[in-house]
Write a protein that binds this ligand. Structure first.
Ligand code: KIV
Length: 307
């Protein structure tokens, strides 16, 4: 809460004004989203709105649009840094991006992805790396990939007071092990495995779980059976919330997109057009104009102006 706000009786933050009577007319600023707040959405029917962001300007826009959760995802490796997989991003890069996001937003819960290799060696190292995301990055929760085999880590993180968002189904960090990006749970064995993964994360104390690349029927059934919210990406419309990658949604990603991506803008085209105009204007001497330039006070001596 900033200095200029105080908590209202109904949970929101009211801007401070000098005239108490006018406060009743003010619209409450919605409360900050917390990990327990996301958990409490279960069963309310109020969808959880989640999106990735990796920098201040885009995070601000995501906040303004009313999203509940911002994931500083390791997808930054693909959509920002130009890598083919998520495997190359470092903890320092996610910390730096998380800081930028946190500087810009007030309301959404900011979750930082734990990069490949940061929770694979030992529980102690997992905790050390997660503490860095919280203390240096300002993350309010972390996300790790994997179900039953990571449940002990989820439990250790929660015991260390770090909320955890689980992630099961298609796991981008398992790209090499699984031989590519594979939809999971297409047969009964696979679906059973996913359900057990979801239960394991719930038991371990995760406040929600991302279901990625899972058939709609399976994701919906898991959502019905578990008591923590599911946040789907390529998992159909039966989840408690949805998450997508910012650059995919606004048309800034390069290359073919998975079929679950819905593009709401084509910013790459807009930027291309804008930069084309700027280049033309510079070439033709149309930019900068006098209004876009500064003038010298007085007159320059003649030796400055003669050829
Ligand atoms: O890194 C990411 O963007 C993710 C989402 C796709 C869930 O993990």
């Amino acid at each position: 809460m900033t200095d200029s706000q105080e908590t209202s009786l109904y949970g929101g933050h009211m801007p401070k004004t000098s005239n108490p009577a006018s406060q009743t007319a003010e619209k409450p600023i919605p409360s900050k989203v917390t990990a327990p707040g996301i958990l409490a959405r279960k069963g309310t029917g109020q969808k959880i709105l989640a999106l990735t962001a990796y920098d201040s300007p885009t995070a601000r826009l995501v906040d303004e649009a009313g999203f509940d959760l911002i994931l500083v995802g390791d997808s930054m490796a693909n959509v920002v840094l130009g890598h083919a997989t998520t495997l190359k991003i470092s903890l320092d890069q996610i910390i730096s991006a998380t800081r930028a996001v946190k500087r810009a937003v007030d309301r959404p819960l900011v979750v930082a992805d734990m990069p490949f290799g940061t929770y694979h060696i030992s529980q102690e190292e997992t905790l050390r790396n997660a503490f860095r995301l919280v203390r240096e990055g300002g993350a309010q929760a972390v996300k790790i990939e994997g179900g039953q085999k990571r449940a002990h880590l989820v439990e250790a993180l929660v015991n260390a007071d770090i909320p955890v968002l689980g992630h099961i189904g298609l796991l981008p960090q398992s790209y090499n092990l699984r031989g590519g990006y594979r939809i999971q749970g297409r047969n009964l064995d696979g679906a059973e495995g996913l359900l057990q993964d979801a239960f394991a994360l719930q038991e371990a104390g995760a406040f929600a779980v991302v279901l990625e690349g899972v058939p709609t029927e399976v994701a919906s059934a898991i959502t019905q059976k578990i008591q923590i919210p599911t946040i789907g990406i390529g998992a159909g419309d039966g989840c408690d919330g949805q998450i997508l990658v910012f650059h995919d949604v606004v048309g800034l990603s390069v290359g073919p997109q998975p079929k679950f991506v819905r593009r709401y803008a084509n910013l790459a085209d807009e930027i291309r057009k804008a930069l084309g105009h700027l280049a033309d204007d510079i070439r033709e001497g149309e930019f900068p104009s006098e209004e876009e330039s500064y003038s010298f006070q007085g007159e320059l001596p003649t030796e400055w102006t003669k050829d």
